[in-house]
Design a protein around this ligand. Structure first.
Ligand SMILES: Nc1c(NC[C@H](O)[C@H](O)[C@H](O)CO)[nH]c(=O)[nH]c1=O
Ligand SMILES: CC(=O)[C@@H](O)COP(=O)(O)O
Length: 158
């Protein structure tokens, strides 16, 4: 189901775990920073809304989405971190570069999550156009950062 038919900021909040003592890392790519900052802000606000403490959320930046895997690993290896939310926006360019980035990040974040047995959330937009990104960063389709944050919360119930 596409984001056009399922708003990214509308989700079930039944049976959420207590996250008052859980610690989160938000790793944010600097490329397309207008978009990624909106996504990261959405993720932060969602964590607070559902019970996280401000002092338990750390935000770090990496140059681009390709570096999210390394940034996620550096955070996931910290014993005190319970979940990692990775934020990025890879807009299709003229070449296949975006495909290589997206595939690398998807595989890299999965590997980090499994290696450290912690939720590592793929909060990366992969739009064809900047407008598609804006629509998913607080626009008509909601905020991907909200979805990424509530996904991290739900995965802590496992
Ligand atoms: N074009 C986008 C990039 N490109 C940069 C890469 O992520 C990476 O930093 C570079 O290849 C050096 O390793 N990154 C994004 O996050 N979004 C883009 O649209
Ligand atoms: C993926 C991107 O948007 C950026 O790396 C530039 O891509 P391209 O060189 O294909 O326009």
């Amino acid at each position: 189901m596409s984001s056009a038919h399922k708003n990214l900021s509308i989700f079930s909040t039944e049976n959420l775990p207590d996250i008052s003592n859980k610690k989160f890392a938000i790793v944010v790519a600097e490329w397309n920073e207008e978009i990624t900052n909106a996504l990261a802000d959405g993720a932060y606000k969602t964590l607070i809304t559902y019970g996280a403490k401000t002092e338990n959320i750390v935000r770090v930046s990496v140059p681009g989405s390709y570096e999210l895997s390394f940034g996620a690993q550096k955070m996931a290896q910290k014993p005190e971190i319970d979940a990692v939310i990775c934020i990025g926006c890879v807009i299709q360019g003229e070449t296949k570069h975006n495909d290589y980035i997206n595939n690398a990040v998807a595989q890299g974040l999965t590997a980090v999550s499994l290696k450290y047995d912690k939720p590592v959330i793929f909060g990366v937009l992969t739009p064809n156009t900047e407008q598609q990104a804006l629509d998913r960063a607080g626009g008509i389709h909601g905020n991907k950062g909200d979805e990424a944050a509530i996904t991290a919360v739900k995965m802590l119930a496992f």
